[in-house]
Design a protein around this ligand. Structure first.
Ligand SMILES: Nc1nc2c(ncn2[C@@H]2O[C@H](COP(=O)(O)OP(=O)(O)O)[C@@H](O)[C@H]2O)c(=O)[nH]1
Ligand SMILES: [Mg+2]
Length: 179
């Protein structure tokens, strides 16, 4: 069975882990272990595949070790939170250069997390969909997807899209390959 690794990156506290928790358990509240690596099975266009979701710690303390989690990546979800402009600016300053430095040819999707806060935060300089789409086009991302773990909006769509895009690339390894 072909195997695809999907790696989630972005600043700390933007909702990466919560989004993965909601995808796996369909629940927002609950314990989520840091930097989880979780295998999932799916059938896409009649083909059975296995894919893994790799969470990563965004904090700068982990700059040296985080790239170890990029090994064998098939696709990156490069995330920001819509109510956190610093996290959006850091896509350009930090995250896109980092993934391109390690793996230039790997596809990536720009992901706007906490989209529920777009409608709540009056005094916050929210990131508009238009500017995020422009960034996605400019930097060669596959697409830009908005979602919210809190309201379970687009979470399944995000992961399903990620798996399909990853599958369009080459499979990274076979299940039974031995090292
Ligand atoms: N309003 C809202 N808050 C969220 C959402 N996702 C996560 N959070 C909150 O944001 C904080 C950081 O979430 P976490 O998933 O740990 O962020 P990570 O550091 O990027 O993994 C927590 O307090 C979450 O409850 C969301 O979709 N909407
Ligand atoms: Mg986390």
């Amino acid at each position: 069975m072909n195997h695809y690794d999907i790696v989630v990156v972005g600043n700390s506290q933007i909702g990466k882990s919560r989004a993965l928790l909601v995808y796996q358990n369909q629940e927002y509240y609950g314990y989520y272990p840091p930097a989880l690596h979780h295998n999932e099975f799916a059938t896409i266009d009649g083909e059975k595949i296995v894919f893994s979701l790799q969470d990563t710690p965004g904090h700068e303390d982990y700059n040296q070790v985080r790239p170890l989690l990029y090994f064998d990546s098939s696709l990156f979800l490069v995330c920001y939170a819509v109510d956190d402009r610093t996290s959006f600016n850091d896509l350009t300053n930090r995250w896109i250069p980092e993934i391109k430095q390690y793996l230039d040819e790997i596809p990536f999707i720009i992901v706007g997390l906490k989209n529920d806060l777009r409608y709540e935060a009056n005094d916050v300089d929210v990131v508009t969909e238009e500017e995020a789409c422009q960034l996605a086009q400019r930097c060669g991302a596959h697409s830009h997807i908005l979602c919210s773990a809190f309201s379970n909006y687009n979470i399944n769509f995000l992961i399903n899209t990620a798996v399909r895009v990853a599958k369009q690339g080459k499979p990274k390894r076979k299940k039974n390959k031995c090292f």
